[in-house]
Design a binder for this molecule. Structure first.
Ligand code: G2I
Length: 448
């Protein structure tokens, strides 16, 4: 070993001893993206397409550089369930097997999304869509059980613009609890996979990312399973100045963070922006890895923007070198988290405590979706019934997370098996869809 190397290694060892969590570069810097990321316990991945796996230049770079893969389109709803109840895993399995052959992590993308739905799902609504969506999550996560590092369970469910609220979609119209229903179903199907929420335009501190953060905090407070948030990072010629601070505030809320779809417009500072993203992830201990959304510029969905790390011929670009250097410069090491195990909610003994209910309404001309929150008072509730009067002409066409008695006039809803027990001060939600005008009268709740 050369003298300079010995000194560097000693300095690195000292840093590790001093801080316990630091990884420092040695003279033997790794020479590929995956190997250099692995030095700090991270992965460096690429979105790949089944249709390109026969291209030798493509697979040469893939096998050499990356230690994680994401299917660009092959595990989406339209690809995996082209007709209802009939599943098609050929191309998804090709991506999975490519990942396994590389010893790479496989990120699953994406179980539910408003886009790339099969036609049959696009034409469903209400409880038929909700049931189909949850069945889809269950079937696909079960097919890939034990093989997926992290699933994008829900993709792009928040709206752009200043409100920080949800995007309107057929899934959103089944009730605000569709996201948590999806996460619960995914956890039940594959307890070992990390479950992520994934979105774009959430790469700095803004109304949209704050909306997502609030959802994460709410899920954590109520025990809804969520392990990670994906930041797509489809960037132009600038990057938010609070990029790292934004990752950190999610990490502080108790989730891993991942850069999931990175690409950066060619512009004057492409290499600099790639370096900034990489350094930010390296500085946040719960940032577990980075995925670029394609390999060569010619593989990118952003035609003409040349946003990736390899040119059309497969040569390394300046951006490649800046990423590699940032990975080799080190940073905080990612904590090795044990495999996730499902948490079982203890059954709460009946104490005779009271409950209350409130309704939020998403209505349009001729129909509505109602989401009803059932809250326990100062004592736990074991079983509940909510009763409400519907306006004249209103009729229920479907309900979820509750069983309804009656469809018009005065109707009541009884808890189902998994949501009868509510801890003191806690709440659960159910929903229903109907035709006509939605309920405006305050519902009553009785416990027991
Ligand atoms: O739009 C960029 C990404 C935004 N975040 C979620 C990602 O899943 C999304 O990926 C892109 C794929 O890179 C594209 O390849 O999603 C697009 C669809 O929304 C994908 O485009 C589709 C084309 O629209 C289809 O015409 C084509 O058949 O790719 C399909 C397969 O090549």
């Amino acid at each position: 070993m050369k003298r300079r190397s010995i000194i560097t290694v000693l300095v690195a060892a000292g840093a590790v001893l001093a801080a316990g969590v630091l990884f420092s570069a040695t003279a033997d810097a790794a020479t590929t993206l995956g190997a250099s990321a692995a030095q700090s316990g991270r992965y460096f991945g690429a979105a790949i397409a089944a249709g390109r796996l026969s291209d030798g230049t493509y697979t040469g770079i893939l096998n050499r550089e990356f230690n994680a893969v994401t299917p660009e389109n092959e595990m989406k709803w339209d690809a995996t369930e082209p007709s209802q109840g009939s599943f098609s895993y050929g191309n998804g399995d090709r991506i999975l097997n490519q990942g396994i052959s590389m010893g790479a992590k496989v990120r699953g993308h994406a179980l539910l999304w408003h886009a790339q739905q099969p036609g049959w799902a696009q034409s469903l609504a209400g409880s038929a869509l909700r049931n189909a969506a949850i069945n889809h999550v269950t079937q696909v996560a079960t097919h890939y059980k034990g093989k997926i590092y992290a699933w994008d369970v829900v993709n792009e469910a928040f709206a752009d613009g200043g409100g920080g609220g949800r995007r309107d979609s057929n899934l959103q119209r089944t009730g605000n609890d569709w996201i948590e229903a999806a996460f619960k179903a995914a956890r039940a199907a594959d307890p070992a996979a990390k479950l992520c929420y994934n979105d774009y335009n959430t790469d700095g501190v803004n109304a949209k990312s704050t909306g997502v953060l609030n959802m994460v905090k709410d899920f954590k407070a109520r025990g809804v399973p969520i392990d990670c948030v994906g930041f797509q990072s489809h960037l132009g010629t600038t990057i938010p100045g609070d990029y790292q601070a934004n990752l950190q505030r999610f990490a502080d809320a108790g989730v891993d963070v991942q850069i999931t779809e990175l690409d950066v417009a060619q512009g004057n500072n492409q290499a600099g922006i790639y370096a900034t993203v990489t350094k930010a992830c390296m500085a946040v201990s719960r940032c577990t890895g980075i995925t670029v959304w394609g390999i060569r510029d010619s593989d990118s969905w952003r035609t003409g923007e040349n946003p990736l790390l390899f040119d059309n011929s497969g040569n390394k670009k300046a951006a490649y070198t800046s990423v590699l250097n940032a990975l080799n410069a080190g940073g905080s090491t990612t904590p090795t988290t044990p495999a996730t195990t499902p948490t079982t909610t203890p059954t709460t003994p009946s104490t005779g405590g009271g409950c209350s209910a409130s309704t939020s309404l998403n209505s349009w001309n001729g129909g509505y979706v109602a989401t009803v929150r059932v809250a326990a008072g100062s004592a736990a509730v074991n079983g509940w019934t909510v009763t409400m009067a519907l306006p004249s002409g209103s009729a229920i066409t479907g309900a979820w997370s509750a069983t309804n008695s009656g469809t018009s006039g005065t109707v009541s809803f009884r808890n189902v098996s998994y949501n009868g027990s509510i801890a003191a001060g806690g709440y659960t939600e159910f929903g229903f869809q109907g035709t006509g005008a939605g309920p405006t009268a305050t519902p009553t709740c009785s416990a027991g």
